[in-house]
Design a protein around this ligand. Sequence first.
Ligand code: GLY
Length: 342
Amino acid sequence: MNQQEVSTVDVSLGERSYSVVVGRNLFLEVDRYISSRYEKVAVITQAEIPWSLRLSVDSEVFTVPKDERAKSLRVVDEISSKLALFGLKRNHLIVALGGGVVTDLGGFVASTYYRGTDYINVATTLLGMVDAAVGGKTAVNLKQGKNLVGSFWQPKAVFCDLNTLETLPENQRRSGYGEMAKYSFLSPNTLEGLTLLDQVARCIEIKAEYVANDEREGGRRALLNYGHTLGHAVEAQGFERASDEQITHGEAVAVGIYFAGKLAFKMGRIDELRLDEHRKVLHSYGLDHRLPVWVDRDSLLEYMKRDKKSMGTLTFVLDGRDGLEVVRDVEESTVKEVLYEL
Ligand code: GLY
């Protein structure tokens, strides 16, 4: 392997520490990692993912449904039963091969199977690489909301093979860009001019620092949710639309980032120049900062009030003179005003 094509980022969490390897042609490396440590492996993936691993240990592939439908307790039940029939034991390994849906679900299954089994993430989407696969947040959805049942369960390693991005559909690429844009507001160092490998590694480095300092989101890790309060609300409305109108997670986060910028501006926390920077960063990734035409703004407001991080009041991560911070009890009338201006 050409060493220059690989970058390794450590997530420092004491005995739960692990490495995130970013590079190309990493699948052989994945096999080497697994076969030197485990005798039996269950690979959780989706039929639509055009990548598979060749493993030199006893392994079986388990496919889960397409998109967010995979993230359900019914699928957890089905997959766990199949793992038991396969004879997977606590000292064996689960591999989540795919994007955020697969790593969220696979990680959750790993956290409960035998009261906790080792797993690694092999991310095949940009969003997975820069966000979902790293940090140990796992979850499935309930009818009442996204990611309502989950756990903090760290993977043993994460592999991000950039070759897998070559087959990524354009909207999924934009979804990754939405999360990458977020990092411009979490760190003073710009990603501009870096190679894709260095950009991905840099985003992971920033995330790793937040995770290492606040693994269970008691404080600063919440800042990684910049743009997500409105983003989740827009994404949820999108699920109810025809498939050609749906919006990906990262595209919804991009709109959420601009909304948060406008809200901060309206509240006097940032000036017009900084607000304009929000728009420029999003546009540099080819992302739209405007709300999709089909959104129902009143329903967005209701959804944001129910946000699981809000604790009953309208809560946002907002920019300010000292950078991002969590701001509670934002006036409903101000939020509404900004929503209608967007
Ligand atoms: N996606 C945000 C986090 O992992 O904390």
